[in-house]
Design a protein around this ligand. Structure first.
Ligand code: CTP
Ligand code: MG
Length: 228
C-alpha cells in the first residue's frame, strides 16, 4: 500500500507581504502561521509524515518551538519554489518508496481542512497521474491592455484556480520537476509538461494563500470561524 507524505515548501521570503519576518512566521490566531499549516497536515490520520523545507539561512524556525512526532525539518530550500520542492523530494528519497504519494502544500496556506485532504485521497488514491486541489473560477475575467483598460472579456468556462495540496507519486514528481527546470510555479505544471493530465479536485476559496497583509486578516477570520 502506498503511503501519504506531506512536503511543505517554506523557504520563501514573503516579499509581497512586506514584513521583515518571513510571512510563514507571522502571528496568526496566537501561533506562527506555519504552525497552523503543519498541524493541519500532521493531524490527518492518513498522512504518515510531514516534511517542512526551510531555507538553509532560516534563523527563525528554532525559536518557534514547533514540534510534532510526524514532523521532520529539511534545510534544503532553493532560490525558487520549484527548487525547494525538488530538493525536498531528493532529501526524502531514501525514506519513502517511489510509489508513495507526496502532498506538496504551501506553508502559506494555513486554513487547510481535513475534508480537503479527505476529498483528495478519495478522488486520487487510485489515479494514474495524481492531481491538485482547485476552485472553479466564479468571477467574470477581463484581460487588461495598456492604461489598465479592458482589452477583452475572457470566458471563464473551464477555468480553475490552482491551490495546494498537489498530490503526485514521489518518483513521477521528482522526474517531472527535474525535467521542467526551475520556472514552473506549481507541481502540476511540471507533470503537464510530461504530457500527463492531472485531475482537478474541487476545494474552496477558504484554503487561501496568505500573500498580502489583508490575507492575514482573512485567514484569522476563517480560523476563528472553524474554532482552530
Ligand atoms: N517557497 C519556497 N522556496 C522559495 C520560494 C517560495 O519554499 N524559494 C514557498 C513559500 O515559503 C510558500 C510557498 O512556496 O510557502 C508559496 O510561495 P509564495 O506564496 O510565493 O511565498 P513567497 O515566495 O515567500 O512570497 P513572495 O512571492 O511574496 O516573495
Ligand atoms: Mg513567491
Amino acid at each position: 500500500m502506498s503511503r501519504f507524505i506531506a512536503l511543505v515548501p517554506a523557504a520563501g521570503s514573503g516579499s509581497r507581504m512586506g514584513s521583515e519576518l518571513p510571512k510563514q512566521y507571522l502571528p496568526l490566531s496566537g501561533r506562527p502561521l506555519i504552525e497552523h499549516t503543519l498541524r493541519a497536515l500532521a493531524a490527518h490520520p492518513r498522512i504518515d509524515r510531514v516534511f517542512v523545507v526551510l531555507s538553509p539561512e532560516d534563523g527563525w524556525w528554532e525559536g518557534q518551538g514547533i514540534r510534532h512526532e510526524k514532523l521532520a525539518v529539511l534545510r534544503c530550500g532553493g532560490a525558487v519554489r520549484a527548487d525547494s520542492v525538488k530538493n525536498g523530494l531528493k532529501a526524502i528519497a531514501s525514506e519513502i518508496a517511489t510509489d508513495d504519494w507526496v502532498l506538496v502544500h504551501d506553508a502559506a496556506r494555513p486554513c487547510l481542512r481535513p475534508e480537503h485532504v479527505d476529498r483528495m485521497l478519495a478522488e486520487l488514491a487510485d489515479d494514474e497521474v495524481g492531481g491538485i486541489l482547485a476552485v472553479p473560477v466564479a468571477d467574470t475575467l477581463k484581460r487588461a491592455e495598456a492604461g489598465q483598460r479592458i482589452a477583452e472579456t475572457v470566458p471563464r468556462e473551464g477555468l480553475w484556480q490552482a491551490q495546494t495540496p498537489q498530490m503526485f507519486r514521489h518518483g513521477l514528481l521528482l522526474k517531472a520537476l527535474g525535467a521542467a527546470g526551475s520556472m514552473v510555479t506549481d507541481e502540476a505544471s511540471a507533470i503537464e509538461l510530461m504530457g500527463l493530465k492531472p485531475r482537478l479536485v474541487e476545494g474552496d476559496a477558504r484554503n487561501l494563500k496568505v500573500t498580502y497583509p489583508r490575507d492575514l486578516e482573512l485567514a484569522a477570520l476563517i480560523l476563528e470561524h472553524w474554532g482552530t
